[in-house]
Ligand binder design. Structure first.
Ligand code: UN1
Length: 498
């Protein structure tokens, strides 16, 4: 298609700039190959310029009262709400998730920015009694400084906003480096912050390769904290690199999220949940249901229901509201997922799908069939993150076996159990090794007012979203105010010689 792509620059110090001699890259619609935008392939120098702008903007932004910072975030949320349908369409065009989910991505952004705006009137510290008289002890939160937000393509507005809004309300300034595949979404997000009146330099955007821009951000001593969401191998590199500068590195990585289906489950309810969890966003969520662990008593019945529904599960144009599943996000994704399907064909039994869709409009995009493998625990497809519409189904004989299988993977992000037995549900909440457990709901669909994150290889202990989101972006300062007008010594017995 010979359409002229809309061109975007970098956003540095409150200006959209195109550095001289800049190279460009384009993003394309994974449903039909149309160009969605053209972007600057940033260099290490561009990253450094952005850090310098963020560094200059830091002090005045830190000194702006947090409720005032919150007012700007409220304006961002308001503007996003206004632009929701346009932004949602851009998400769908650039990333390929169906329009309902494209709009949901933007709604998640609005929800979180609004939530963080309110945080500007909280940012709680603690007051704690002193062991001495006439002494007052408290903590306050202070921003870290310049922070780097490095984000993936699967939630191209929501995840950037999770990071940016939390970083900004706490008084940090940001250099934002989005996934290249969804650079248009990133630019549109930044435009909203610009139009809402964010001061120059407080938020900066540098598009370009992670190995260049990302590394320059992580290596610069002025960047005090790095927030990264993406794959586990890149996450590990980011962590190691950040460790050289003794930086706080926040990681949100992969998942291999199980749904446990017990023999007493409400099967029609579970059916809707599993379809949404496994094939929503074409399985490209860290929280996607990628393992279905079924009690043997309902195994055959449930699989029959599932495959029957998949016969009526329209895959196609993601802008068409009747479509259940759109394309996968890119050719790279398509290849990676098809490779896993090949692995699955060798080590497991293909029960449904397994092919690239071809013919007609399918030929212009990256469309795959929703795919189900019946497998045993220990196969690669039952343990490795595929990040696509591929569900591994495992048969178990008991709750104990289900939990053992569920927990025996490297990841620990989301998990779910379908059961009508309240005792078993609560037992599962205790037993499942994951940052998130759902009861009678699928593994996806976290809400922004609660913490989000996982254990084991899913991360390094932090959580995003919820009120704890501010922990990632603040330093705690402990304050002792002694109003006794004499030297008081903590820990020293008063009888000892002064
Ligand atoms: C992700 O896939 O990285 O819980 C985030 C969910 C969404 C967020 C997913 N609210 O599925």
């Amino acid at each position: 298609m010979a359409t002229q792509a809309e061109e975007f620059g970098l956003y540095i110090g409150g200006k959209w700039v195109v550095p001289t001699g800049a190279k460009r890259f384009e993003t394309t619609n994974p449903a039909n190959g149309e160009t969605v935008g053209s972007f600057v392939s940033g260099t290490a120098k561009d990253a450094t310029d952005a850090i310098a702008a963020a560094h200059v903007a830091f002090r005045p932004w830190k000194e702006t009262p947090a409720p005032k910072r919150g007012e700007i975030l409220l304006e961002v949320a308001h503007r996003m709400r206004h632009a929701k349908s346009a932004l949602g369409r851009i998400v769908t065009r650039e990333m390929g998730k169906v329009i309902g989910e494209g709009l949901g991505d933007v709604q998640e952004s609005i929800d979180f920015v609004e939530y963080m705006a309110g945080e500007g009137r909280r940012l709680f510290g603690e007051t704690v009694p002193s062991e001495l008289r006439s002494k007052f002890c408290l903590t306050v939160r202070q921003p870290k400084g310049v922070v780097a937000c490095i984000t993936p393509w699967n939630f191209p507005t929501a995840i950037p906003n999770w990071k940016i809004a939390a970083a900004l309300i706490t008084g940090n300034t940001v250099v934002f480096k989005p996934a290249s595949g969804t650079a248009r979404c990133a630019a549109e997000v930044v435009k909203v912050y610009e139009e809402a009146g964010l001061p120059d330099g407080v938020l900066n955007l540098v598009t370009g390769p992670g190995g260049v821009v990302g590394n320059a951000l992580i290596d610069d001593p002025r960047v005090r904290s790095v927030s990264f969401t993406g794959g586990v191998s890149t996450g590990r590199e980011v962590y190691v690199r950040g460790a050289q500068g003794l930086k706080m590195v926040h990681l949100e990585l992969g998942g291999k999220n199980p749904v446990i289906l017990m023999e007493d489950a409400d099967l029609p309810l579970a059916l809707d949940g599993v379809l949404f969890g496994a094939f929503g966003t074409s399985g490209q969520r860290c929280t996607a249901t990628s393992r279905l662990i079924i009690h043997e008593r309902v195994y055959d019945e449930f699989l029959a229901l599932l495959t029957d529904r998949l016969d009526r599960f329209p895959v196609g144009d993601p802008l068409d509201p009747k479509t259940a599943m759109g394309p996968v996000a890119s050719l790279d994704q398509e290849k990676k997922i098809l490779d896993y399907i090949e692995v699955g064909q060798k080590e497991a039994t293909l029960r449904y799908g397994g092919h690239k869709l071809t013919g007609g409009a399918y030929d212009r995009g990256h469309f795959l069939e929703p795919t189900i493998f019946e497998t045993t625990h220990g196969t690669r497809i039952s343990k490795e993150e595929i990040f696509g519409p591929v569900l591994s189904v495992l048969r178990v004989a008991s709750y104990e076996e289900a939990v053992r299988v569920a927990n025996d993977v490297d990841y620990g992000l989301s998990s779910a159990i379908y059961t009508r037995d309240v005792n078993r549900a609560f037992r599962a909440i205790e037993d499942l090794e994951a940052g998130i457990t759902y009861v009678n709901a699928p593994t996806i669909g976290a809400e922004v007012q609660l913490p989000f994150g996982g254990i084991k290889s899913t991360g390094n202990g932090g959580r995003e979203a919820g009120s704890v989101a501010v922990d990632e972006f603040t330093e705690i300062k402990t304050v002792f105010v002694d109003f006794s007008s004499k030297l008081q010594k903590a820990q020293i017995d008063s009888e000892t010689v002064e």
